[in-house]
Design a protein around this ligand. Structure first.
Ligand code: NAD
Length: 456
């Protein structure tokens, strides 16, 4: 892979030229990026339709629009974020001043998945640019139209020695991971996350891992059922369930299971029509492999709604499964498709135990009007992020970090958190030479009493 080697060599030279450290340079590049996203909007929406059958509305809402917002927010704030921050100095170091200098890592590698192929490649790129890095992007081979649209867009505005896109599959990813990057930002499955982290360890490269897993949705008896049904259905079936933070399974109190499921079925038909999988607003499954994998998950389960599929169009109907009394494969792996297993519970403790039997979820959703219930769930379950009385929306804000914990990943981004992710925070104390207390030097080590009054 001599080509990859050459790209890195050129990027290293570009980074060493110091251009990316200028804040005005970064703001200009973010402006170019946002302008190019606006100019290429139709091309991007078309590619998202070709890869995943996303309607223009959904594609704008979850990919183009969210990225435009993110770039705009970052561009407006980066000057303030990049400024060295003066912080307090402990009295025993005085006279001195202390500053934290955010500085770019250098060369960043951004590997992204196919499900939100535009957003999950370009939002991290904006953060990498803001922090002053050069970057190589490796979008997914399973969303080839969007990957090509990103490559064309990047090529049209950036010198490849600054930002470039390398397309291809596992072999390309593997070759990239063998190189010595200064930061790796990976979004994808937990299994590949382990491969990425092992490769990064060889060079001691810091990583952010944005992974997946089984994200639960708990519905308590005091929940507003109408609102819960609408928000669960919209969060689950947007992008046909191929969303890392989609509710993966539903834990519903036994007293409200039936009315909730009835309302959810009404919502599915209201949102998508009958049959729902014929709706122009209902995307397709990305490929045959995932279609077959998802269909196999419905085997042996009691289907409460849906279950139909059309291989020729790679569509699977929104499907609700009753899995209350049997351990099924659908409860063992991340579903990542339009299948929602429903489990009932009697006591909240049982629901918490089910969640705790899986690795830390990327997201958790709780529908309840009771403050104590909310506190209990927040205290007892560790998860990446989530919502009370809604689904997905915690992702769409620049004011909170988005990321996982434990099995669902490490690190976070969005807004300032993305800038911080791609920056090293260099701590520097600048000390006066006018005063030089003697007791810090070895010849004065008999000042123990004084030392103990200072460092208590
Ligand atoms: P994936 O892990 O298979 O692939 C992600 C990227 O890694 C792709 O670019 C792929 O080419 C590359 N890759 C695949 N195998 C590799 C290997 N052996 N070595 C090196 N690189 C390799 O994930 P996917 O199927 O594209 O996406 C689905 C997964 O991503 C789900 O688990 C989902 O939850 C997760 N996800 C997480 C987030 C998040 O923000 N946390 C967002 C979207 C998707």
């Amino acid at each position: 892979m001599t080509e990859i080697h050459a790209v890195l060599k050129n990027q290293r030279a570009f980074f060493n030229s110091g251009q990316t450290k200028e804040i005005s340079f970064r703001i200009k590049q973010l402006g170019l990026l946002k302008h190019a996203v606006v100019q290429n909007e139709n091309k991007i929406l078309k590619a998202l339709y070709q890869d995943l059958g996303k309607s223009p509305y959904e594609a704008y809402l979850t990919e183009v629009g969210i990225v435009r917002e993110e770039i705009g927010h970052i561009a407006g704030k980066v000057r303030a974020w990049a400024r060295p921050k003066r912080v307090r100095t402990p009295f025993y170091h005085l006279p001195a001043v202390s500053h934290i200098y955010p500085e770019p890592y250098g060369l960043a590698l951004i590997i992204s998945p196919w499900n939100y192929p535009f957003q999950l490649a370009v939002a991290p790129l904006a953060a990498a640019i803001a922090a002053g890095n050069c970057a190589i992007m490796k979008p997914s081979e399973f969303s080839p139209y969007t990957s090509q649209a990103i490559a064309d867009l990047v090529e049209s505005i950036f010198d490849p020695a600054y930002i470039t896109v390398v397309t291809g599959g596992v072999e390309v990813s593997t070759a990239l991971l063998a190189e010595n990057f200064n930061y790796i930002f990976f979004t994808g499955s937990p299994g590949v996350g382990k491969i990425v982290m092992a490769a990064a360890a060889a060079h001691l490269t810091p990583v952010t891992l944005e992974l997946g897993g089984k994200s639960p949705c708990i519905v308590e008896p005091d929940a507003n059922l109408g609102v819960a049904a609408r928000r669960i259905v919209s969060g689950k079936f947007i992008n046909t369930g191929q969303t890392c933070i989609a509710p993966d399974y539903l834990l519903v109190h036994q007293s409200i299971k039936e009315p909730l499921v009835d309302r959810m079925i009404q919502c599915i038909e209201q949102f998508y029509g009958v049959p729902p999988m014929n709706s122009p607003n209902y995307p397709k499954i990305v490929n045959r492999h995932h279609f077959d994998r998802l269909m196999s998950l419905t085997k042996g389960a009691r289907i409460m709604y849906g279950g139909e599929s059309d291989l020729a169009r790679l569509t699977i109907s929104p499907t609700l499964l009753d899995v209350s009394d049997m351990p099924l494969p659908v409860m063992r792996e991340e579903i990542f498709g339009p299948i929602l297993p429903v489990l009932e519970y009697g006591e909240l403790r049982e629901a918490i135990n089910v969640v705790s039997s899986h690795p830390n979820p990327l997201a958790l959703y709780l529908f309840s009007e009771n403050r104590q219930t909310v506190d209990r769930v927040l205290k007892q379950i560790s998860f990446g992020g989530g919502c009370i009385n809604d689904t997905l929306i915690h992702l769409a804000t620049p004011y909170m970090p988005f990321g996982g914990v434990g099995g669902s990943g490490m690190g976070g981004y969005h807004g300032k958190f993305g800038f911080d992710t791609f920056s090293h925070h260099k701590s520097v104390i600048q000390k006066s030479t006018r005063v030089d207390f003697p007791f810090r030097y070895p010849a004065f080590y008999n000042y123990m009493k004084l030392l103990k009054t200072i460092l208590r």
